[in-house]
Structures are given as C-alpha cells and as structure tokens.
Design a protein around this ligand. Structure first.
Ligand code: SF4
Ligand code: ZN
Length: 706
C-alpha cells in the first residue's frame, strides 16, 4: 500500500473505532431511545441523511450508521476505495460531533461555533450566486509561523471568500484578523471532527438548492464537486485522521492543499503540496477555478464584501452622520450628457476632521445614451453595499433615512469624504458601464445646504418614484422577466419577476431585472412578452410557460403567477419567506427566515422550507420575498391576503402598514394585520381557529382550500 492510502485507512479505522465506542458509551449512559439532533435543521444528521436517506433521531439509530460507516472502509489499495474510507471518516465525524449536542450548546464554552443552522445556509444563496462570496475555504491545523496563516486568511477575506477555521489556527488567526460570520472568517472548533460543520453546509446546499434526493450518494457527490466552490488548506504537520478527513473532502470534490512536501504522494488537482505560503491562495483558487474580479480603489482602507456586516460601536466611532441628528439624503439623478463632467468630485462642508456629527447628502449625477430614469433607484440602492465594503465604515438605511459611522481606525488611516465619492464613482463606472457614460459626485456636509438639497431636490424625486412604483402593476407593463441567477445552485429553478411580484430572494425587483437585462442582454434576466393569456385568475400565460420551460431546460413546464395550489412558482431555497397551508383554518401561514420558533403548522421555518426548493413545484408551499406579502397579487387565485392567518410578530409588524392598505382596498377591511395571529397569540392550530373566529377573520368566509 502507498503511504497515502495507508494513512487514510489508518485514520478512518481510528475514527470508526472512536465513533463506535462513543455511540456505545452514549447508549449505555442515556439509553437507545434518547433523542439526538443538531438543532435548527430539517435534515437530521445531514451527511448520513443525504448519503443514505436514514433519518437519525435517536441514539439507537446511530448503531446501524456505525455499521454502514465500517462497511465503507475496505482497506484496499485502490484510490477510489480509499476516498470512500474518507467519506466514512466524515460520517464518523458527524456522529462524534452530533454526540456533543447531547449537551445543550456544546460550543458555548469554546471559541468555535459548531453546527451552522439551515436559515444561515439559505441566507448565503444570493451572495454565492452573485459571486459576492466567490468561494469557501477551510483552513485547518496549526501553522508553524502565525504570520503566514494570518496573511493567507486576510487575503481570502479581502477577496470575499468565506473562511472556516478548524484547530489551533483559530487562536493564531485571531491575532491579526477580525473574526465572525459578519467578517466571513468563522471558527468552527478545535477537534478535527468539527470540519464536518462546513461539510454539512455543502451537503445541505445539495438538498436545499439542488433537489438532490436523500440516499442518492452519486448525485450528492456530483453536486458538491461541481457546484460548491470549496477547498481545504492544511497548516502544519498532518496526522492520519487529518489525512482521512482530507480524503473525505476530496471525495466530495474539494481539493486539499497541504504545506508539507508530499512528493509523489500528491494527486494532481485533488491533493497538492504548496510549501511557500505566499502561493497558497493562488494555487487554491486555481484548483477550484475561482476567478476574482479586482477593483483597484484609491482609498486608504480595505474595500471588500467581507466587511459588509461590520458593526462599528460608539466607542470605536470617529464620526456619525445620522438622519435623526442631522439632515441626510442619498440620490442618483439622470442628467443630460452635457450637464455631467465625468469624475468631477465636489465636497461642500466640513470633512471628518472638522466635526464629529455631520450632515450627509450624497448626490450622484449620471448620464449615458442607454441610461433610463428607472435605473436611478437601482444604482442608488447599491450605495449601501459599497459604503459598507469599506473597512471601518458602517451604513444603514436609504434615501433621507440614513446612518453612517466611520471608525477611529479608518479615520486614523486617512479616510475622508473624498474617498466616499471615489468609491461611488469607480463602482458605478464598473458595474453600470453599459448604461453610465459619465458620472459626477457631490457630497454635502454643510447642514443648511444638505437640508436644502434634501427638501428641494431629493424628496420631490422620491415622491415621483413612489408614484411611478404605485402605478406599476402587472397589468400596466408589456413584459415580465425571468431570473435564473440561482441556477448555479438550483439548476432547475427560474423566478418570474413581475412589477407586483419580486424575486423570492427579495433582492430582484422588476426594475432590477429590467436593468440587469439592459446591462447584460444575454444575462440571467430575459424578457417575457406578456402574450397568450390562458387564465387570468391564476396568472397563466403561454409565453410564461414557454420561457420557463426554456430557462429550466424542460424541468418545469407550467407555472402560474398568482396561485399556491395550481402550478405554483418554484423555489430555489434562498427565499426570504415561506408560505404554507394551515389546514384547520384553510388559511396560510407566512414565516420569515429569521424566525426561530414553532408555527401552528407544527413545523419551524427550516422544516417548512424543506418542503419545497431545488426548483420543484410543491402545491401548498411557496417561497417568496417579504415585499410580496402585501401585494394585491399575493395568492390572488385563492382569495388573496385574506388567506393569511398567522405570521411571526416581527414580520407582521414590518408589513402591517402595507398589508392594512391592501386589505382596505381589496375588501374594505380596516386594520387587517390585527386579525392575523402571531406567536404571542398562539402556535396551536386549534387555538388559532378560535382566535380567528373571535376576530371575524375574512378567511372564515372563503371556500375551503382543499
Ligand atoms: Fe435567485 Fe430568483 Fe432572486 Fe434571481 S430573483 S436571484 S433566481 S431567487
Ligand atoms: Zn435563490
């Protein structure tokens, strides 16, 4: 046997032995009926479930899994067999980590975070498909030289790569890199087995987005290999358990780069040695074919998507521009080419060194032959992300309700207003080059000037846009758009985006889709001519069906725009909300991704969400965007928003104003949101119907759904 296969089998056998012992001990201690779960997942022990279809619910279920695990370890020279042994290690690691969850919050006292809940995976869908997160790195072990691993992880961070840390590298990296989910540097745990927590993310992606069926091991491996852009870097000496875990990674299609010389034991494309750490990142990206678009910006702080979630606390804050204290506004206006001087930057008022609390009006004028007034808001909405990408800058809100903080560190580094303008200029010219030929930026911090700008220029424009949006109904336009961005993860999914029904991720409105099509005519959003009406009630069109069939390569042939029962729109998995039938009341419940509790359907968000996805149509369940809830088209084939009987309170409060307006217009009902129950009322279906009766909820007057 080669040194390599020797090590793999050594590691797999060791893990198998450990796993068997640990399962037996746990059964002896707690009994075989003791329930076991990672928590906040609908996929049980995801590796075992995906690979074999077995739903682990009790300790007793694990005994059979140990048998399967051992059968994967054949001790044969063949590399394919050895990779199977690597998968056995993954199963063993999952069981060993799962057993830790017999204790509440096993990672509470450790630095790592352990198991990643389903809703977080769903929330990663959009950044992954748009390339905002271009890849996933697993950095494992203990570096001989701390500085090296710090610079590797920093490099990944600057490229937006999501990095998971396992082992002593956690403390090493903590010395020089900001860590946490919001910085895309995530400590998993210290035991090698904790690497399973990133493996199950990839595996659940296959189940959630890819419609891979539990038990279809070949389909699973094909999905992770081709669609999950992950790879592994090990630092320092490697033992047989690390090697066999690495074999598991390779079986899933994730290349492994080690920093020791493996000589002829290397497997090109799958297992390679890079002993010079300055080459680790480039080699890893090359092995996974990850291409990074670099934007050179003339600013003194880092600029990367990884800083988008950075929070700046009061103690670290040098300046604050906040609408509650001073006038603020953000506006993009389309101008005639003759009125715009390209790259002109104007600052009116004091800079960050001449005042702590400032006003902030950010005014961008653009011109271009293919520019349209409708794209103003699309560009303007990007300010939020771009400002946040600056390390040491936090931005929330939009329009005249804005809050921007600049950290002490960013100020010390030399960050000034001019750099905000530079960022906008460069990013607009980069991302909107197809429509913007010229761009000039004006930043106003003088409070009187900023107030004048806000009241006389910005507010009237916002009002105009709102009028335009209100008049933009599905009837008023001559085309809808497809969006197939999510096909890189959900190959059979396609959203149909209409003015009244935005994409289910919540990030693509009809105007966004229109702009995307203009910017990239062969890109993910294609126009659907509104032709061949078949049925107005459900929103069924020949042309929509034709385009869907084409976009999904035949996977979906019929789809309606407004029904949850008849050929509902498919879901990819990254939906903001899930809507499902509540059988007792014949209504529907709507649950948002952030809600962690139980619902009257007896299922959590994660469990409801697992009923649909992967581009499959599941009548009775539908993923959708938050904004769609108050639309007149929401479930209009089944009676509209009058079907909504329950929502988590946070979601209800968020949409209440618009929901009430729609209910008033559709049914003449006042304060409809007060008739919709939430978790503070009840999570029990029987109690719910009693409460609805008491409130006189309109669902009681509708036809039964089934
Ligand atoms: Fe994905 Fe649909 Fe959003 Fe497009 S609109 S990014 S396909 S969820
Ligand atoms: Zn999606």
């Amino acid at each position: 046997m080669s040194v390599l296969t020797d090590l793999i089998y050594g590691g797999s056998n060791a893990v198998a032995g450990l796993t068997e012992g640990a399962v037996n001990d746990a059964i002896a201690k707690y009994g075989a009926d003791k329930e076991i779960a990672f928590g906040d997942t609908a996929y049980f022990f995801p590796t075992i479930y995906a690979a074999t279809g077995v739903k682990v619910k009790t300790l007793g279920d694990l005994t059979a899994c140990v048998g399967v695990l051992k059968s994967l370890i054949t001790n044969q020279e063949d590399l394919g067999q050895a990779l199977n042994a690597g998968l056995a290690t993954a199963v063993g690691a999952e069981i060993l980590e799962g057993l830790k969850y017999l204790e509440a919050d096993p990672y509470g006292k450790e630095t790592g975070i352990g198991f990643v809940p389903d809703p977080i995976i769903r929330s990663l869908g959009v950044p992954l498909v748009t390339g905002n997160i271009p890849g996933v790195a697993v950095v494992l072990g203990k570096a001989d030289n701390e500085k090296d691993v710090i610079s590797v992880v920093k490099d990944y961070q600057s490229k937006g790569i999501m990095t998971f840390l396992v082992g002593d590298v956690i403390e090493q990296v903590a010395q020089g890199v900001k860590m946490g989910l919001e910085f895309r540097v995530i400590p998993l745990g210290h035991d090698v087995t904790s690497v399973i927590h990133v493996v199950t993310v990839a595996i659940r992606a296959a189940l959630i987005f890819g419609n891979v069926q539990p038990g279809d091991l070949a389909g699973l491996l094909d999905y992770t290999k081709n669609r999950v852009p992950a790879f592994v870097n090990t630092f320092g000496a490697i033992n047989e358990v690390v090697v066999s875990a690495g074999a598991g990674a390779i079986a899933l299609g994730f290349p492994v780069v080690v920093d020791i010389d493996l000589g002829e034991n290397q497997v090109p494309g799958a297992l390679e040695s890079v002993c010079d750490h300055s080459l680790t990142v480039a080699k890893s990206l090359e092995l996974r074919n990850i291409k990074i678009k670099v934007t050179e910006l003339p600013i003194p702080v880092a600029f990367a998507a990884a800083f988008e979630g950075e929070i700046i606390r009061k103690a670290d804050m040098h300046n604050e521009m906040w609408s509650s204290a001073n006038p603020t506004a953000e506006l993009v206006l389309m101008k005639d080419v003759s009125e715009v001087e390209d790259r002109r930057i104007t600052i009116i008022g004091p800079d960050f060194d001449r005042g702590k609390d400032l006003a902030l009006a950010t005014f961008v004028e653009v011109a271009g032959k293919k520019m349209q007034v409708d794209f103003e808001a699309v560009i303007e909405r990007k300010f939020h992300a771009w400002f946040n990408y600056m390390e040491g800058v936090m931005h929330t809100g939009q329009r005249n309700q804005v809050r921007v903080r600049v950290s002490n560190a960013a100020f010390e580094a030399g960050l000034r207003l001019r750099h905000f303008a530079e960022v906008l200029y460069v990013m607009i010219r980069n991302e909107f080059e197809a429509v913007v030929d010229k761009c000039q930026v004006t930043i106003i911090t003088d409070p009187a000037e900023a107030a004048k700008f806000r009241d006389e220029v910005a507010m009237p424009r916002y009002a105009q846009r709102d009028d335009r949006l209100a008049s933009m109904t599905d009837e008023a336009v001559d085309r809808y758009y497809t969006c197939i961005l999510c096909q890189s993860f959900a190959p059979a999914h396609c959203c149909v985006v209409t003015p009244e029904r935005l994409g289910l991720c919540g990030a693509v409105s009809w105007l966004d889709a229109k702009a995307t099509n203009e910017l990239d005519p062969n890109g993910p959003c294609q126009p659907i001519e509104k032709l061949g009406l078949i049925d107005e009630r459900t929103g069924r069109y020949e042309e929509v069906n034709r385009m869907i069939k084409e976009a999904t390569h035949g996977a979906v042939e019929n789809v309606t725009l407004y029904s949850i029962l008849e050929d509902p729109m498919t879901s990819c998995g990254c939906f903001e909300c899930i809507c499902g039938i509540e059988a007792v009341s014949s209504g529907v419940i709507v649950v948002n991704r952030e809600y962690k509790g139980m619902t009257p359907a007896g299922m959590t968000f994660g469990e409801l969400a697992s009923c649909t996805g992967g581009g499959v149509q599941t009548p009775g369940f539908m993923g959708h965007g938050r904004h769609f809830i108050a639309s007149k088209k929401f479930l209009s084939a089944e009676g509209g928003i009058a079907r909504i009987v329950w929502m988590p309170k946070e979601l209800k409060d968020d949409v209440a104003e618009r929901l009430n307006k729609t209910a008033k217009e559709l049914y003449g009902i006042e304060n409809f949101a007060d008739m919709v129950a939430d978790e503070t009322v009840t999570c029990d279906a029987e109690e719910l119907i009693g409460w609805l009766t008491e409130k006189g909820h309109p669902v009681l007057g509708l036809e039964p759904l089934m």
